[in-house]
Design a protein around this ligand. Sequence first.
Ligand SMILES: Nc1ncnc2c(CN3C[C@H](CSc4cnccn4)[C@@H](O)C3)c[nH]c12
Length: 228
Amino acid sequence: MKIAIMGAMPEEVAPILEKVGSYKTVEYAGNRYYEATYRGVELVIAYSKIGKVFSTLTATTMIEHFGATKLLFSGVAGAISPSLKVGDLIVATKLSQHDLDITAFGHPFGYVPEGSVFVETDKEMIEMSKEVAASMGKSVQEGIIATGDQFVANEERKNWIGSTFGADALEMEGGSVAVVCSALNVPFFILRAISDAADMDASFSFDEFLETSAKESAEFVMNMVDKI
Ligand SMILES: Nc1ncnc2c(CN3C[C@H](CSc4cnccn4)[C@@H](O)C3)c[nH]c12
């Protein structure tokens, strides 16, 4: 078994590497991958860089080149659901791509032929996350996450994404990681801590809470590793 732990930004992976302590750095395909053994579990850790293309490359590399057999994503997200506040945790039940649009041909938003609007995450790890949440005395919300190649800082766009996909949160990498893991038949788990409300104040909120929210998510994901 080899677990991939992925983020998009350095700040999302820094708390993971700090927890792991010692690791080997491997440069490959324009990125750095960190290999470690944590409490007897082989890990490969990386931040992809921002967006669906970079996260697709990293998720694929972690599986195809480094041999990961499960993938956990840890990071931050913008809230759509009013019940999600800064620092709250959301576990993705399924993910979509909100900026994938060939509606001109009569297809629904987020759909292309031979694809699907939603990709579902691994149910076993969702159940495991409930145990981890209980052991941490934390409440974790399960919900739909929408992914797109844009930092959303606009109430109208946020609400459109929410109503079009039933999404509770939004970010820029989970939906593509989901497609990769599903295609390669690798169980995956996407956890995000809220950093902002994807509204006009989003960039200020993001800057203020990125570090603390990334740590929240990382702490939870590392507890998941203990249970896997
Ligand atoms: N409102 C939002 N919209 C879209 N995505 C998000 C996220 C999640 N991450 C953070 C980061 C924003 S772009 C970026 C680029 N440079 C610096 C900081 N962030 C990108 O990796 C997606 C948190 N809030 C979001």
